[in-house]
Write a protein that binds this ligand. Structure first.
Ligand code: NAI
Ligand SMILES: NCC(=O)COP(=O)(O)O
Length: 353
């Protein structure tokens, strides 16, 4: 989907992520592309001093301005809302602390509040360390769960999206041993209906084609290698088909991703994190985007982590962030249009544009 947003009421907010990870440098490297692509330049929720130091280290001339929520971002500068006052001289690349954990959690909290108030159009998050988040006293395994708690969303889902493949996950951040007990008909049906709705309203697909992966080798081989397909997954698929959803499966997990990447399906429903993320990152490591479905606000993210092993070296690839920012604006615009269409306020002319 390449249509650019016709208008953006407010800027997309980029949270800086972990101050000692690659977040600051991918923001600096992607700034020009993001600013030129969007109707309204994006703003960063982060730390001005850290970004200024990073720009110097990368040898980039980077004019930086303080952004005031509610005011339009300035053109041709990096607009920053400073939400922490870290001393850049005390930071060591790749070495998070409680202070950096608190700072990065604060960026997310600030961005959520601004987006909920309508002062940001959408949020694109930079990479955080889950360990540092916990060190700072935030009891969440990641952004997804923190966003759900802060916005009061009852059911959210993690989608990874790229030009060739989309995946959504029934279970997210849990031990492999906890996956099977968590797989219920209700959790699968809820994820599928959430995904179908998001693909229509946010992604603009009229009739999304959904594939469901099995859990066991060969999809259980008729019960020889496990009965989850027969007892849990297939009944959930049949239930969703009866709701009018275009859906097929459960498919053997080793072939369904190839089929989806070849264009047969718009999304693959995966039973656990690595079932979906391994094929996804094989295809889209550098340009994939993580989207949280089910929130009252739009949130996208880079698909990679803090990359502490290369932080501060200026070699981090910024394409995932560029895609995350562009997609955030596009999804926000699509959601507005869907709402307007639903309330009958979108004119014929706008509908065609
Ligand atoms: N959206 C987010 O905030 C995410 C956060 N994480 C967190 O990040 C931390 C580190 O996770 P890891 O498993 O080590 O994954 P990682 O993605 O940070 O790094 C894995 C490997 O990929 C490389 N890499 C990652 N991003 C890159 C980029 N943009 N350009 C070039 N190379 C890149 C790294 O150098 C490393 O060798 C963990 O705390 C994890 O939970 C992981 C995924 C997403
Ligand atoms: N592997 C993706 C991931 O862990 C992202 O988590 P979140 O911070 O977006 O919840």
């Amino acid at each position: 989907m390449s249509r650019q947003p016709a208008r953006a009421a407010a800027p997309v907010g980029i949270t800086m992520g972990c101050p000692v990870g690659i977040g600051p440098e991918i923001i600096i490297s992607s700034w020009q592309t993001c600013s030129r692509t969007l109707a309204t330049p994006p703003v960063v929720i982060g730390d001005r001093a850290v970004l200024a130091m990073t720009a110097r280290q990368l040898g980039r001339h980077m004019p930086i301005a303080d952004w005031q929520p509610g005011r339009p971002p300035q053109p041709d500068v990096l607009n920053v809302l400073t939400a922490s006052r870290l001393d850049p001289d005390t930071l060591r690349a790749g070495q998070p602390s409680r202070a950096t954990g608190l700072a990065m959690a604060g960026y997310i909290d600030t961005a959520i509040s601004l987006c909920t108030e309508g002062l940001l159009d959408a949020i694109a998050t930079g990479p955080i360390s889950k360990a540092a988040l916990n060190l700072a006293g935030y009891p969440f395994p990641g952004h997804t769960e923190m966003l759900a708690a802060r916005t009061g969303a009852e059911r959210v889902a993690m989608m990874l999206t790229g030009s060739r493949l989309r995946v959504v996950l029934v279970t997210i951040h849990c031990a492999l041993a906890d996956v099977v007990p968590a797989l219920t008909g209700a959790s699968i049906i809820e994820l599928i209906t959430l995904t179908e709705l998001a693909l229509r309203t946010d992604f603009g697909l009229d009739k999304p084609r959904i594939a469901v992966a099995g859990l066991n080798p060969h999809g259980g081989e008729g019960g020889m290698f496990g009965r989850e397909e027969i007892e849990i997954i297939a009944p959930a698929v049949r239930h969703c088909a009866r709701l009018g959803i275009t859906i097929d499966g459960p498919f053997p997990p080793d072939t369904v991703f190839h089929q989806a990447a070849s264009g047969r399906f718009d999304v693959v429903v995966c039973m656990y994190h690595d079932q979906g993320l391994i094929p996804f990152k094989l295809l889209h490591f550098h340009d994939g985007v993580n989207v949280t479905l089910g929130l009252p606000i739009i949130r996208t993210s880079v698909d990679h982590g803090t990359a502490y092993d290369i932080a501060g070296r200026g070699v981090a690839d910024c394409r995932s962030l560029e895609q995350a920012v562009t997609l955030a604006a596009e999804l926000a615009e699509n959601r507005r249009r869907s709402a307007e269409r639903a309330s009958g306020t979108l004119s014929d002319k706008q509908e065609g544009s």
